[in-house]
Write a protein that binds this ligand. Structure first.
Ligand SMILES: *[C@@H]1O[C@H](CO)[C@@H](O)[C@H](O)[C@H]1NC(C)=O
Length: 382
């Protein structure tokens, strides 16, 4: 190689390395959803952006501000690495959902997902709520999604559930909003089943059903700083409706506020029912304001048919600590357990619940209830 050729090679090598550096820098991992079909149905555009984000390590699907009509859509993994969904726009569901599909937006089989943004998912449920026995449908469903962070997203007017978390591990939900009218049926804010290691904090939930409902197989869950109301409160259950339900264990509900809700802190199991187990539940530092049933364990739950009988789901080690505020009824504490499966180890400590400024009472049956410490209202079972 003569010296001229060598210097040319060096120049070419130099240019090549600049080019490849630039190339890597320009290659974006943000995939923006096109707005071209936003007025009709953006489904294909969402799927295109999802696929690219999912096939890129650290890929982001980005939804800019604006309104997007969107029919039922499934974002399916597994993905290459972590995937981000940034929602700044408003997604609008069709008024009439696709038959036999129980979700509007679904994430499935994804490991490591983050969903964030100031955007809204609008379930467009108003006409659906009027249909009698309308099939179940969730606005945002997660199925077999692990290590997921959901932050700030607003969900409004879901047809039934707002969020449904199923078979997931490691879920953190922060500052979400779930809003629907007080009389909209089954619009639970967050429903969970068969999932573990869950954190919900700082949510604002105002709906026509439970703010948060915890189904069978949920373990290790902390709920904190949730504002609930209107709605039916935070519920463990209903449980015992089906055979072979998995246990619910190690749930903590702390520093939540309930305003004008049907219930505050509730555990409900069907009576009669197959066997099951609820244990190690702590409700601590929660405030109620004009709540119909501030503290309620109901083992004779049976809303749909005329059934009569005792639940065989056993309930153990439940603590109500520092629960304060106003009840909307004379009974502030209702512990109604089953004769065949009495509740064990129910503790109340620092509870103070009044009705029209007067002390409330506690109604207990088939339950081992301990009132610990002084000056509780109510101070014992009547
Ligand atoms: C729930 O809170 C308890 C007590 O602060 C903590 O030990 C536990 O790790 C938390 N669980 C989750 C899933 O965050």
């Amino acid at each position: 190689m003569d010296s001229n050729c060598l210097s040319q090679s060096i120049v070419i090598f130099f240019l090549l390395s600049i080019w490849s550096t630039l190339h890597v820098h320009c290659q974006s991992n943000i995939f923006t959803v096109s707005q071209s079909r936003a007025k009709t149905n953006s489904k294909e555009d969402f799927l295109v952006a999802w696929k690219k984000a999912c096939e890129t390590d650290g890929g982001t699907i980005s939804v800019p501000q604006g309104n997007y009509q969107l029919s039922d859509v499934e974002f399916l993994g597994p993905c290459i690495g972590k995937t981000n969904f940034v929602l700044d726009g408003t997604l609008i569901a069709p008024e009439v959902p696709t038959p036999n599909i129980d979700y509007w937006i679904m994430f499935r089989n994804v490991d490591s997902l983050s969903m964030s943004g100031t955007g809204t998912i609008d379930g467009n449920g108003a006409s659906y709520w009027k249909i009698k026995k309308a099939p179940f449908i969730t606005s945002l469903k997660l199925e077999h999604v692990n290590n997921v962070n959901i932050r700030d997203i607003h969900s409004i007017n879901s047809k039934k559930f707002h969020f449904n978390i199923n078979n997931c591990k490691g879920v953190t939900i922060t500052n979400i909003h779930a809003i629907a009218p007080a009389d909209s049926p089954n619009t639970d804010g967050i429903h969970l089943g068969k999932s573990e290691n869950i954190r919900v904090s700082g949510a604002n939930i105002a709906t026509g059903d439970d703010c948060i409902s915890i189904g069978d197989g949920v373990t290790y869950m902390n709920i904190t700083g949730v504002n609930c109301g209107p709605g039916h409160g935070i519920s463990i259950g209903s449980l015992g409706r089906y055979q072979e339900e998995k246990e619910v264990r190690s749930i903590r509900v702390t520093n939540c506020n309930f305003k004008n809700t049907q219930n505050g802190l509730r555990i409900k199991t069907f009576g009669p029912s197959p066997p099951g187990l609820v244990s190690d539940i702590t409700f601590e530092g929660n405030v109620v304001d004009n709540v119909d049933n501030p503290i309620i364990i109901d083992q004779h739950y049976c809303p749909h048919t005329t059934c009569e009988g005792d639940s065989s789901v056993s309930i153990k080690r439940v603590k109500f600590i520092d629960i304060r505020g106003s009840s909307n009824a004379a009974i502030g504490v209702k512990i109604d357990c089953s004769k065949s499966q009495p509740c064990e180890d129910i503790e109340l400590k620092g509870v103070s619940l009044t009705f029209n400024g007067q002390p409330t009472t506690a109604l207990c049956s088939s339950a081992d209830v301990k009132f610990l410490g002084n000056n509780q209202i109510p101070s014992s079972c009547s």
